[in-house]
Design a protein around this ligand. Structure first.
Ligand code: CTP
Ligand code: MG
Length: 166
């Protein structure tokens, strides 16, 4: 899951600059995505996920690890891109529900990246999905994701990378 987990914190570190919606509003008069979704965050975030995935592939080849899921270039691209597209989608709906940038939206804030990553993998590489995301793996991911999300965001808040601890 590292290629899906890394893009969000890296986007928070590297993000800023031109927003993806170019500051434009949707038909309801509110921002399409908001200032929290930027080109730099998206691009650097996705590249970081691909980078960690390549590192995993290299390490597993080096040590012959067979117990960890076998990543491919396709799987790491889909997981990292899906994670940030899920985050982007969530922000789109957050704005439609009139929630301010950075406001809390329980469940959606935690699982957006998992949903986005898994939907993309299911659409473009279903064989990889069913070979690697077994039921026990899926349950562990469901439990681990909100715990990691909260821990990393509290850390980001104290390091002044994030304005809010969620
Ligand atoms: N970020 C970015 N580009 C992205 C995703 C995130 O630049 N595609 C950066 C922004 O600086 C953002 C920070 O990472 O403020 C934290 O991301 P997130 O919590 O997802 O955004 P929020 O500011 O909380 O906005 P939203 O309410 O839309 O979730
Ligand atoms: Mg947020």
């Amino acid at each position: 899951m590292l290629p899906a987990y890394l893009p969000n914190p890296v986007a928070a570190l590297a993000g800023g600059g031109t927003p993806l919606d170019l500051g434009r509003n949707f038909s309801d008069g509110r921002r399409v995505f908001g200032d929290g979704k930027t080109f730099r965050g998206l691009i650097v975030g996705i590249l970081s996920g691909i980078g960690i995935g390549l590192l995993q592939m290299w390490l597993s080849g080096l040590y012959g690890w067979e117990s960890i899921p076998e990543h491919t270039l396709t799987s790491i691209i889909l997981l990292s891109t899906g994670a940030l597209l899920g985050d982007l989608c969530k922000s789109f709906f957050k704005r439609r529900f009139n929630k301010e940038r950075g406001s809390k939206w329980p469940i959606a804030d935690q699982y957006d990246l998992v949903a986005g990553a898994f939907i993309l993998v299911l659409l473009f590489d279903p064989a990889w999905f069913f070979a690697n995301v077994t039921l026990p793996a899926f349950i562990i991911i469901l439990i681990l994701t909100p715990v990691l999300h909260r821990a990393v965001n509290i850390l980001g808040y104290h390091l002044r990378v994030k304005e809010v601890p969620w």
